[in-house]
Ligand binder design. Sequence first.
Ligand code: SF4
Length: 375
Amino acid sequence: MASLYIHIPFCLAKCEYCSFSSFTGMEHLFSRYVKAVKKEIVDLSFSEKTGILDTIFFGGGTPSLLPVDHIGEILSCCREFPGIGDGAEISLEANPKTLDFMKLLQLRQAGINRISIGVQSFIDSELNLLGRLHSAQDSWDCIRDATGAGFANISLDLMYGVPGQTPERWRWNVETALSLNLPHVSLYQLTIEEDTPFAVRYGRGNLSLPEEDEVLLMDEISFDLCKEAGLEQYEISNFAMPGFECRHNINYWNNLEYLAVGAGSVGFQQGCRSRNISQPLRYCQAVESGETTTEESEKLTPEESFRESVVMGLRMVKGVSYRALFERYGIHLPKYYGEILTPLLEGGYVEYTDTHFRLTDKGRPLANQILSELV
Ligand code: SF4
């Protein structure tokens, strides 16, 4: 069974904080782009790199910006070529501004069975600041329509650590999200990425972020409220009802192989991570002329891959299985990290269970610092 990531690099507008590979004003390229993506999928299936697909993830950019017919064409291609397994998880990331009831219904009919809605905030002033084009009301409407269209597996994204945000405002956002009784939420902390408008404003001292202790409090609020609502944290930023964890992303955090198609997409196959050409027109031209679409690739040594598996696996609450790591790499985790782990273990930030090595509840909010020591 295989996992396929499909990158749709188009957006309505660029958000102030975004460093993803995404482009605006490219509607004229949609048909040509979809054709190229289908050709890449067919080529992959002939290269014998893939088996039947168990998870498909349309990420972006804003995949919901594509007309439904295009999404349907790509899925038909997947059904015909690698093939899609029974019970496959087929996710699509969506911006509330790009969907209405009919489109959601058609997406369900085309085969999408999981929808991840980029709400980010239920407070309009925060949405404006982030440069999102939709309002809180658009999100409400979108979630209502997704439920009405028959989606049972709905996730929404919220963002904390936003400039000017207080723990009370964050609490209100999370409570509002949880009042919708959805089976999955992703709660991400805003990071200031290079070459974004936020980075420029931050550099000029023009963007005041919440203090570190306030962000830690927001973490606590997320954890407590989700737990009360029956959503278990299964990854640093992700909470789900049992059975609704995102299988595609779990495969990724387990550092297992996945295929990727589309401009700027990153795949991982046979120990090699490769990234496609980012610029959509250049990507289309490469596919059409039969040239390679790979812009960059890196073959990881077993040791590099081991460390990556540890760092990615520790994002999950259950952590990494040290036996599975030993079977995969022949490396014994406690011996490998040796004394680096001593202060972390003694401080109660990481722990061993019978089968796994993981971050503790105390260590998880400090994950970035801890993981940077193990990378
Ligand atoms: S919608 Fe998503 S991908 Fe597009 S600009 Fe905003 S954050 Fe970036």
